[in-house]
Design a protein. Structure first.
Length: 245
């Protein structure tokens, strides 16, 4: 929508199915391996969903240009290295101090900005660069509530941002990133009312969720509400595009 790409349905299916498979691989692979003899019905369902998504992902992979897959490959490798212990002392990327949140931001930016533009053969111009930077900053900010939530579970060796600078400074840090995220919109060469308003609204929503995050929080605060911020962003774009069309 941001780059007016109209031929992206195949890529949407590819990235959607790949995201399901990748997310479940990262989140449930260790649990599934350790409890394979007594898997709950839910985990069995997740495995079926994951394998099915992977099969259909492969199907759509044959329908996109090889150049698209070539640019997607580094982000697939990063996802695998995020969970598979291939480094010394059986470490993976997730266990390396201070890098977890940035690896996630890089992968999200690649799959939601870089690879779609490559697939559409659109111009990797100045606005594209700004959009990629903005997406990277947005993902870091939206991850901070999860890092605050997981303070009591994460090993101190991870050196997450809240572990390093505390909860309040983490919120200030995220707020600064959101200000930069918002201000970067102003330097885009192609700027519309939809772009301006949608960025202001998603910045405000993200800021409210960031400062509303506490170490003790409801079960669905992050797992549902913060997770849904990108969906809210999409709804905002759809509504504003309709209003200004």
């Amino acid at each position: 929508m941001k780059f007016e790409v109209t031929n992206g349905n195949t890529f949407l299916f590819l990235s959607f199915l790949g995201s399901i498979a990748a997310y479940n691989f990262v989140k449930y692979s260790n649990f599934s391996k350790l409890h394979h003899k007594r898997l709950t019905r839910s985990i069995k369902g997740i495995r079926i969903l994951t394998y099915s998504s992977l099969v259909f992902f492969m199907y759509f992979a044959f329908k996109v240009p090889s150049k698209t897959l070539l640019y997607m490959f580094p982000f697939i490798i990063l996802t695998i290295l995020y969970i598979v212990p291939v480094f010394p002392n059986k470490n993976n990327l997730r266990s390396l101090a201070g890098v977890k949140i940035f690896i996630i931001a890089v992968v999200w930016t690649g799959i939601t900005v870089v690879v779609p533009v490559i697939f559409a053969e659109a111009s990797m111009n100045f606005d594209f660069m700004i959009e990629a930077i903005q997406r990277f900053l947005f993902i870091i900010v939206i991850m901070l509530p999860f890092e605050i939530r997981d303070l009591e579970y994460d090993s101190s060796a991870l050196e997450t941002i809240p572990q390093t600078i505390g909860i309040t400074r983490t919120k200030v840090f995220g707020s600064i990133l959101l200000v930069v995220f918002l201000l970067l919109t102003a330097i885009k060469k192609v700027l519309s009312p939809v772009e301006i308003l949608s960025t202001i609204l998603v910045t405000t929503i993200s800021l409210l969720f960031l400062w509303g995050t506490e170490r003790e929080q409801s079960k669905y605060y992050c797992s549902f509400w913060v997770e849904s911020v990108p969906i809210m962003w999409l709804v905002i774009l759809v509504v504003l595009t309709h209003l200004f069309s």
